[in-house]
Write a protein that binds this ligand. Structure first.
Ligand SMILES: NC(=O)c1ccc[n+]([C@@H]2O[C@H](COP(=O)([O-])OP(=O)(O)OC[C@H]3O[C@@H](n4cnc5c(N)ncnc54)[C@H](O)[C@@H]3O)[C@@H](O)[C@H]2O)c1
Length: 254
């Protein structure tokens, strides 16, 4: 049985979608959860919902692309909850379009949020984990990183960078008993997926009917992803590091 009582967890992008599911799961398992998200009101509403269910949560408005904002968030979490034991890098963003229809501005945004955001949070959080000689880092990538995804070339590259970064970080931090693992969701209905479909016929074409080609014949849920994150965050996963786990109904098997 997973028990995270007494642990402080930071979940980036925890205000909605998959991150919200992760924040709720970790809180249910006893963790003190900090929701670090750009969306202030949504993050506060989610923290209130966790508190009403008997958990501990705080919302900290954060832009993961800005190291100063991330450093300030970590200081707030430390002062209001304690040192960070679990870091879940969940915040991400994309729009679906063929590579030749993208622009350098778009590349920068995708890379800043999906890759550099992870660098910023790890840079701010990991020194504390090294000092306490323990920690769990769980990075949310995507099956796009493992097998590619039509219309998501730059995003696939950024998530691939997250996977490679995580493996190297896992090697560097192992001596400090810090594990680093990656969870790759498959298509999961969230505001991100709905926005992509609403904005672009190309995205709707690629995503509609996806449930039919998934071996387990349904899309994912935030709860599906949250179970995997909770496992990697647990004491029971203490001998697992540098691993990549797809939670996608068998869509990819690699
Ligand atoms: N939904 C899917 O099908 C799917 C599939 C594979 C991977 N993923 C990954 O799962 C993660 C969660 O995706 P989701 O579908 O729940 O997305 P979502 O857009 O529904 O939620 C993402 C959250 O991240 C926050 N965020 C975005 N940019 C931020 C920034 N700069 N600083 C702080 N917070 C920021 C948003 O405000 C939002 O609350 C992402 O990393 C995404 O790439 C999602």
């Amino acid at each position: 049985m997973i028990n995270l009582t007494g642990k402080t967890a930071v979940v980036t992008g925890g205000a909605r979608g998959i991150g919200k599911g992760i924040a709720e799961k970790l809180a249910t398992l006893g963790a003190r959860v900090a929701i670090a998200d750009l969306l202030k009101e949504e993050a506060e509403a989610e923290a209130d919902a966790i508190k009403k269910s008997g958990g501990f949560a705080l919302a900290v408005q954060t832009d993961i692309t800005d190291l100063k904002s991330v450093t300030a968030m970590v200081e707030t979490v430390k002062s209001q909850s304690g040192p960070v034991d679990i870091l879940v890098n969940n915040a991400g963003w994309d729009r679906m379009k063929p590579f030749l229809s993208t622009t350098p501005e778009f590349w920068n945004r995708v890379i800043d949020i999906n890759f550099k955001g992870v660098l910023n949070t790890v840079y701010a959080v990991a020194p504390g984990m090294v000092a306490q000689n323990s920690g769990r880092i769980i990075n949310i990538a995507s099956d796009a990183a493992r097998v590619g995804s039509m219309g998501e070339s730059v995003y696939s590259g950024a998530k691939g960078a997250v996977v490679s970064f995580s493996k190297t970080l896992a090697r560097e931090l192992a001596r400090n008993q810090i594990t680093v693992n990656v969870v790759c969701p498959g298509p999961t209905p969230t505001p991100l997926l709905e926005d992509m479909k609403a904005e672009d016929g190309f995205a709707a074409k690629v995503l509609n009917g996806m449930d039919r080609i998934i071996p387990l014949k349904r899309l994912g849920t935030p709860d599906d992803i949250a179970h995997a994150v909770a496992f990697f965050a647990s004491e029971q996963a203490g001998f697992i590091t540098g691993q990549v786990l797809s939670v996608s109904g068998g869509l990819t098997m690699c």
